[in-house]
Design a protein around this ligand. Structure first.
Ligand code: ATP
Ligand code: MG
Ligand code: MG
Length: 432
């Protein structure tokens, strides 16, 4: 992907826009790579997202900027505005693979899929799922009612956890020191006046020393960050739970660490790359496959309620460790297979809804049955939770009561973010 039109090659120690120094990679997606940087001007850490350079990505980046600005300005007094990562700056980067847009964000911790990986396929404790989902819904309430924005790509990779550790105060001075002493990578060092007088061999040696010192100091910073992370409250009770790489010893989910449940762990919504505004032009297809809503699959009109469908899928995944609709790559009829799983879980889709989509005639026959898939194995959500995941009757009933209104076929009847936030299931943590 590092070719013309693709990712920009970034190196540790690179400087962008005259102020952002690259410390390490934070993540990547299909559109971009994201880097932890030290902002020398404002003296804090930031996340720099560098989009691929082909014009389609540049256009998406401009849309993302537009949307993020609307979010920032829609209602400055609403605290739910901060449930979406804040854009701090944007600029252009010209590189070997073309021209890229760089977006500068406040920096957070890892994304939710990393947390899910740590659960070893078992999902997170329900109390943590509630804490996370409540915040996602708060973010959506703001996006949907105050901004009229559909996020369009809700999934664990696009939800970021803010670790309580404070990179900034603890590490600012160390990073500042590194850059104050002018430790730079070779290209800029050759222009350094005292060095210019040295022979090329001496320059090489000096460079080597300074680079190794840079790397050493960088390692020190990274180790400190890791130590801080270890010290921060973790999801599981570390005293009696196995390390993430081993499997759970009992059938029970690990015990909750009360500090974690009660902690001010924050979740932020990121990646507005597929977001669009109600009333404006909409993308034809939005949402990553397993989180794609019924109306988008059918090619029918969608609105903010499409995000609620995705939220139901991701809530199920956080709670069980598995996709609600498990879809393999390379299926012959991916949309039909997806619809088959929806019907198995939620029942037949009324003809009126099927016919509302532009793609429906390719997927359903005149009898309102799927064209290529005949054998269906219906199983209610409650049954699935009890049989496949061994949940108690009560847990399964309460959870299904929360999720099913979010999976209503009719977009007008689907629960809104505000309605979901009032649901009893989110309040169950109080009894802990
Ligand atoms: P997609 O393939 O989902 O469209 P993308 O290319 O649009 O992804 P993002 O989802 O914005 O890119 O970012 C990719 C990854 O980088 C995220 O999953 C996350 O792990 C990390 N990341 C993004 N923004 C931040 C941030 N502000 N702070 C910390 N990490 C971040
Ligand atoms: Mg993403
Ligand atoms: Mg994206």
């Amino acid at each position: 992907e590092y070719r013309k039109g693709g990712y920009h090659p970034v190196h540790i120690g690179d400087q962008y826009h005259g102020r952002y120094y690259v410390i390490r990679k934070l993540g990547f997606g299909s559109y971009s790579t994201v880097w932890l940087c030290w902002d020398q001007k404002d003296k804090h850490f930031v996340a720099l997202k560098i989009l691929k350079s082909a014009s389609i990505y540049t256009n998406i980046a401009y849309e993302e900027i537009k949307i993020l600005r609307i979010i920032n300005g829609a209602d400055p007094r609403d605290p739910n505005r901060y449930r979406t990562v804040r854009l701090l700056n944007d600029f252009k980067i010209t590189g070997v693979n073309g021209q890229h847009i760089g977006l500068v964000f406040e920096v957070t911790g890892c994304n939710l899929s990393k947390l899910l990986l740590q659960s070893n396929g078992r999902g997170l404790p329900l109390a943590n799922v509630r804490t996370i989902v409540k915040q996602v819904l708060e973010g959506l309430e703001y996006l949907h009612s105050k901004c009229k924005i559909v996020h369009g790509d809700l999934k664990p990779e696009n939800l970021l956890i803010c670790v309580k550790e404070d990179y900034n105060t603890k590490l600012a001075s160390e990073v500042a020191k590194i850059y104050r002493f002018g430790i730079k990578l070779p290209a800029s060092m050759v222009a350094n006046a005292p060095l210019r007088r040295m022979s090329s061999l001496k320059i090489k040696r000096a460079n080597k020393r300074r680079i190794s010192s840079f790397k050493w100091q960088l390692k020190l910073i990274m180790d400190t960050i890791e130590d801080n992370k270890k010290a921060a409250p973790s999801v599981m009770n570390t005293s009696n739970s196995p390390s993430p790489s081993t499997s759970w010893s009992s059938d029970e989910k690990p015990e909750l660490n009360p500090a974690f449940v009660n902690s001010e762990m924050e979740v932020k919504i990121a990646d507005l790359g597929l977001a669009c505004r109600i009333g404006g032009p909409l993308y034809e297809t939005i949402q990553t496959r397993p989180y794609r809503s019924l109306e988008v699959l059918l090619g029918a009109e969608y609105d903010t309620s499409a995000d609620i469908w995705s939220t139901a899928c991701l809530t199920f995944e956080l709670a069980t460790g598995h996709d609600l609709f498990a879809l393999e790559c390379g299926e012959t009829y991916p949309d039909e297979n997806h619809l088959a799983q929806i019907i198995e879980l939620l029942g037949d889709i009324p003809k009126k809804i099927v016919q509302s989509g532009t793609k429906s005639h390719l997927l359903f026959n005149k009898q309102n049955k799927l064209c290529h898939i005949e054998q269906l194995h219906p199983s209610s959500l409650e049954d699935k939770l009890r049989k496949k995941y061994d949940w108690s009757v009560r847990d399964a009933q309460e959870f299904a009561a929360f999720l099913l209104p979010m999976l209503q076929f009719d977009v007008n009847k689907r629960a809104t973010a505000s309605e979901c936030l009032k649901h009893q299931w989110l309040k169950l943590n109080k009894s802990l």
